[in-house]
Design a protein around this ligand. Structure first.
Ligand code: PSU
Ligand code: MN
Length: 312
């Protein structure tokens, strides 16, 4: 005899009423990630940020769908209490592989880009805004540390707006993997792949797009071709808002040294580096991080609006 676990007869995932209605009516919806709130930004700014990202979308006539796992159930769209929980509660960092385990145990988690994209795709939300994508870590040829964000985007039909990947990762290797996985990468008004806090990385993209409408047409064409991959939209901050490159390089070098000394590995690496960098930059990296996320949420809202017009 096994002991009965929590009641798992509920839904596999649960859209909020607001999100369900918007999807049913074909109105624009944008998915928002929760690991950026639970593990990527310090308290209490993380709670303000989560509310602000939703507000940016609402004021543009777009329904926000912040995605997280609450008590085992993946939620597509949170109420105010749900948003408070992802910011204030100690939650696990949940990637796609963790979802069934959280479900069976009734545990809560902030969803990574991978888990958020997967769940958004399942719920029919086609556009997703985050800060930076996960990618191939430096030294990955030894450690095999490559974010599940990449392989998941090869399967989830979701357009993800990010400011590229942080320079804490191996940027050229990340771009190579996206090529292998056949995930289109579109530079928004640029062909220089951004490196999150900095508007450029020096790595050149094949394709540039200049409007949200053009991105929606790429989505439509991809659907028609039946590929089913996600799309990465790389949206750099305007030059005048980026982090000072010299300070960026200096702080990153100390962050790597601290991570090596602390012996941090695996899924703890990204949160450790982000936390260290906020401290070591005296909060400057945090302000840039918030500008990046706002910029991405705005563009994602515009893409979702064009997408809903196109699919009407
Ligand atoms: N990049 C950021 N901020 C973040 C993350 C990435 O700039 O908070 C988070 C995202 O949730 C991303 C995850 O999906 O880290 C990748 O973690 P890993 O490398 O362990 O897959
Ligand atoms: Mn990893």
């Amino acid at each position: 005899m096994t002991t009965p676990g929590p009641d798992r007869s509920g839904p596999a995932l649960l859209p909020s009423d607001e999100v369900a209605e918007a999807l049913r009516d074909g109105r624009p919806v944008v998915a928002l990630e929760s690991t950026i709130i639970s593990h990527g930004l310090p308290r209490p700014r993380n709670h303000e940020a989560a509310q602000e990202f939703e507000e940016i979308l609402r004021s543009a006539g777009v329904t926000p769908a912040t995605i997280a796992v609450l008590d085992g159930i993946p939620r597509i769209g949170l109420d105010a209490e749900g948003v408070r929980r992802i910011a204030d509660d100690d939650m696990v960092k949940a990637s796609v592989r963790d979802l069934p385990i959280l479900a069976a145990k009734g545990v809560s988690g902030g969803t990574t880009v991978a888990a958020t994209a997967y769940l958004a795709g399942r719920a029919g939300v086609r556009v997703f805004a985050t800060g930076g994508l996960g990618g191939v870590h430096r030294g990955a040829s030894e450690s095999f540390d490559e974010s599940a964000d990449l392989s998941t985007l090869a399967r989830a039909g979701v357009t993800v707006v990010s400011a590229g990947v942080k320079s804490v990762l191996d940027i050229p290797a990340t771009l190579e993997r996206l090529e292998t996985l056949s995930v289109p990468v579109l530079g928004y008004r640029t062909t220089d792949f951004p490196s999150f806090w900095l508007s450029r990385s020096g790595h050149t993209l094949d394709w540039r797009v200049d409007s949200a409408a053009e991105i929606a047409r790429v989505m439509q064409a991809q659907d028609a071709l039946g590929h089913g991959q996600g799309i990465v939209v790389a949206n750099p901050l305007p030059d005048e808002l980026q982090w000072n490159p010299e300070e960026h390089d200096r702080v990153l070098a100390t962050a790597f040294a601290a991570a090596a000394e602390a012996g941090v590995t695996g899924k703890a690496v990204t949160p450790f580096l982000l936390g260290f960098i906020v401290e070591a930059s005296g909060g400057r990296s945090l302000e840039v991080n918030l500008d990046i996320a706002r910029n991405n949420v705005r563009l994602a809202g515009a893409i979702a609006t064009e997408w809903s017009a196109l699919s009407a």
